[in-house]
Design a protein around this ligand. Structure first.
Ligand SMILES: Cc1ncc(COP(=O)(O)O)c(C=O)c1O
Length: 410
């Protein structure tokens, strides 16, 4: 049994999120769609407003003070991210729009010279963002996209995964945490096996760094990426970590201003990483917002975050298991606070609508992972995804609303 944290302590944090204080249909909002995107605390909102009011200017190009200070502030965030994920150098942190752009970048750059003998290995639980870019590059180059199996409890079939790594494997790309099943994957074993055959390894960390510590040096992956908006920061900013020697040898993804060293009509030479991968004016304000989000996470601390989210997972799983006709999808022992489930004979979209009437916001649908829906033989699921601002009272409200849906629909 996970120790309970005083709901009052949690409410003090939750009160820092203006959106969460509203009512929907006359009922206090219960926000359980944190895996899609997290709400923003005042700390982040205020920092963005202050930057726009007082400090905004372009970066890298200005000789004037405002631009130099803006550049310094963005550079400081790059350093903070380096520290947050324990990268070795600031130059290993590439600012991108989000996880999707990061994976497109890596797929484009690592497979630029792929041939028909090369293979890319992904797991059967990937988000479309970690399927489609590889599929498209495979079609362009003729290399093969290989998919590993998923066990009935939502774990990766590790034996199958490891058996599929071979001398032809050029890239292994796998999520750290599944956005549907909640499974925390054994990425250490996967990275080790992939590095033994010299493959590049990318970890899609979209669902991880808001919830627990990530140490890219200890992991030993070549690439690790995540999105600011899922960790209390704004949309339009994300991070691609890449080992410096790997980034240095890869060709750029996009080209244009800021990523060059010299340009003539005949030829362009590129800047060193990370600028080589940051064509165009970056998301300056959003970088500042992401920096504030990291500070916010630090203030709360992973001890409290992990404890509260473990409690929520245990309590919600217990409560849902007792619910008539509920089938949980994703029951791995090592998982994050996400419940995906279906209610027998009721379409998830109908459940979602009734839950909304009750003021409970969940995601229903295929959650950008149609192949995984097929694997579990469902058209869609209901997904309640928690973060540390949720309480067991929120879980109770979810269960009450689900009981209402069962009553109305059966
Ligand atoms: C596991 C996973 N990968 C990738 C993505 C794509 O992230 P974004 O839409 O921020 O680019 C998501 C978003 O839900 C995700 O959950």
């Amino acid at each position: 049994m996970v120790m309970s944290i005083n709901n009052e302590t949690i409410r003090q944090y939750r009160d820092q999120f203006p959106v969460l204080s509203q009512s929907v249909n006359g009922k206090p909002l219960v926000y359980l769609d944190n895996a899609a995107t997290s709400q923003k605390p005042t700390y982040v909102i205020d920092r963005i407003t202050d930057f726009l009011n007082n400090h905004y200017a372009t970066v890298h190009r200005g000789i004037y003070q405002l631009s130099q200070k803006s550049t310094e502030k963005c550079d400081r965030v790059r350093t903070d991210i380096k520290t947050f994920i324990n990268a070795k150098r600031d130059e290993e942190i590439v600012f991108v729009r989000g996880t999707t752009e990061a994976i497109n970048l890596v797929a484009h750059s690592t497979l630029h010279d792929a041939t028909e003998t090369d293979e890319v290995l992904v797991s059967g639980m990937e988000h479309h963002a970690n399927i489609v870019p590889w599929q498209q590059q495979s079609k362009r180059t003729g290399c093969r996209l290989v998919v590993s199996k998923i066990l009935d409890n939502g774990d990766i079939d590790l034996d199958d995964f490891l058996a599929k790594i071979n001398a032809n494997t050029k890239v292994v790309s796998v999520c750290h945490v599944s956005n549907i099943l909640g499974t925390i994957n054994p990425i250490e074993a996967i990275i080790k096996a992939a590095k033994e055959v010299g493959a590049y390894v990318l970890i899609d960390g979209a669902q991880a760094p808001a919830h627990f510590e990530v140490d890219v040096q200890a992991l030993g992956c070549d690439f690790y990426c995540f999105s600011g908006h899922k960790m209390y920061g704004p949309t339009g900013i994300g991070v691609l970590y890449g080992r410096y020697d790997v980034l240095d040898q890869l060709p750029p993804y996009q080209t244009g201003g800021d990523m060059i060293e010299t340009v003539t009509w005949d030829k362009t030479t590129y800047a060193k990483p990370p600028l080589k991968f940051e064509a165009g004016t970056p998301s300056i304000t959003e970088i500042i917002g992401l920096g504030a989000a990291l500070e916010f996470i630090k203030q709360v601390g992973f001890d409290l975050i992990k404890k509260q989210e473990a409690l929520l997972l245990e309590y919600s799983t217990q409560q849902l298991s007792q619910l008539k006709s509920c089938r949980l999808i994703g029951t791995a022992t090592h998982k994050k606070a996400i419940n995906s489930f279906v209610l027998e004979d009721i379409h998830p979209h109908d459940v979602g609508t009734i839950l909304d009437e009750e003021g409970v916001a969940v995601r229903v649908g295929h959650h950008c992972s149609q192949p995984l829906m097929k694997r579990f033989d469902v058209p869609a699921t209901i997904r309640a995804s928690y973060n540390f601002t949720n309480t067991t009272d929120d879980v109770d409200r979810l269960i009450q609303a689900l009981n209402k849906a069962i009553e109305v629909m059966t």
